[in-house]
Design a protein. Sequence first.
Length: 202
Amino acid sequence: MDTSEQLDDSTRQFFRQLGLRSLAIIPLTARKRIITARLSSRETEKPATDWLGAVLIGRDGPSVFGDELVLAWQTLADQAATIIQTSSLHQETHQRLRELTVLRNTSEALSFSLEVPAILRTAARQLTAALLVDGCAISIWDRERDALELQIHFSVDGGHGKTWAPGTIHQLADMPSANTVLHNRIPIVVQASDPDTNQEEF
């Protein structure tokens, strides 16, 4: 590792601090399929590599890793990558099924009522379940006053935390993040731990 031209000085120093003198880096890759073209009713597929990461194998003394040993490590890494990829696909499938279930349940629930408060309450409850969050508030933008008028505030803890009553008015001038979202039409993620965050928005 000390003489390798494939490592820059900062990376070499980092591994030295870990007590390593010899290092093998094995790519963690898996096969994926990319649809490249459609010919008549058939799809042509081109195999590609999905780079998931890397496996680092180190020793605390000078060593020479033979080709057979590296090949064995690569085989193990490929098997691990396949397991990781399969697990990820299962998680994505489960997530999509859960989202579809929430959408179906929401649609069914909304079909039983034409009252706006009931519809908003159902939508807030279903959004909270779908996003795995603690609560959801739905507001209407009053452009004349440049303010948000709260319609419903749903909380999984039954409202024991900070809640707002329907009809509460929040001036956008006091809510910089919401103001940016509405006027620029872009989503924003706001963290309460951010020192620049206006805590009144929570």
